[in-house]
Ligand binder design. Structure first.
Ligand code: CA
Length: 225
């Protein structure tokens, strides 16, 4: 499950991203309304957490735009509102938001609302999603990777990279694409970073390391049925 957070308070955005990733969600972040709208339109996530007071374009406007646009209107939106902001359920419904939480909120409360919104939109499915490629199993609910039942300890980045490959197994993914998805264009990363992480994942997967194929001149591909 992929969640886009649009929140200009960078500390809060980072904290939420950390908590959600711990729960097995993949998170992308934007810090103003305009880039948030672009990010959601481009990535088509499973859910959007949208702050109301945002620079450039307000969360209300972003929500209206997303709910108007065919490709994004089915994506559930949870508004993050500050105490004292006059958004209430009525306004939320007017702009098409699916739910809202008032700051300060507990992470537990937010996670619950996320699960409910995902389930309502038909994206919840099973709590535990397990991708199996031969002896390799990735439990995305628990962020757990095993080879023949033995846990493989990966860093967060290695885990995200492995998931990106596994989700599109059988298809070639370019280094640029992987950089965009896993590192979100953070400066200081180039395509060689992808290579060095792949090398480490292969080593950690041991006998299954060669499940990740190098496609010369393009990128990588995960084998799998
Ligand atoms: Ca704000």
């Amino acid at each position: 499950m992929r969640i886009v957070i649009v929140e200009d308070e960078k500390d809060l955005a980072a904290l939420l991203a950390f908590q959600l990733e711990k729960e097995g969600y993949r998170v992308l972040t934007a810090h103003d309304g305009s880039s948030g709208y672009d990010l959601v339109s481009r990535e088509l996530p499973d859910l959007v957490l949208l702050d109301i007071m945002l620079p450039v374009v307000s969360g209300i406007e972003v929500c209206k735009l997303l709910k108007k646009q065919k490709s994004t209107q089915g994506i559930p939106v949870i508004m993050l509102t500050a105490k004292g902001e006059e958004i209430d359920r009525v306004i939320g419904l007017e702009v098409g938001a699916d739910d809202y939480v008032t700051k300060p909120f507990s992470v537990r409360e937010l996670l619950l609302r996320i699960k409910v919104a995902l389930r309502r939109s038909g994206r919840g499915g099973d709590e535990e999603q397990i991708m199996v490629m031969g002896p390799v199993a990735i439990n995305t609910g628990r962020c757990l990777v095993t080879v023949s039942g033995v846990e493989v300890v990966l860093t967060t980045t290695e885990y995200k990279l492995l998931c990106a490959l596994a989700e599109s197994r059988g298809r070639v993914q370019t280094r640029d694409h992987l950089l965009r998805h896993v590192w979100e264009h953070h400066s200081g990363t180039d395509t060689r970073t992808v290579d060095s992480h792949i090398t480490r994942i292969r080593t950690k997967l041991g006998v299954c390391g060669d499940f990740i194929k190098t496609v010369r001149g393009f990128g990588y591909k995960m084998e799998g049925e």
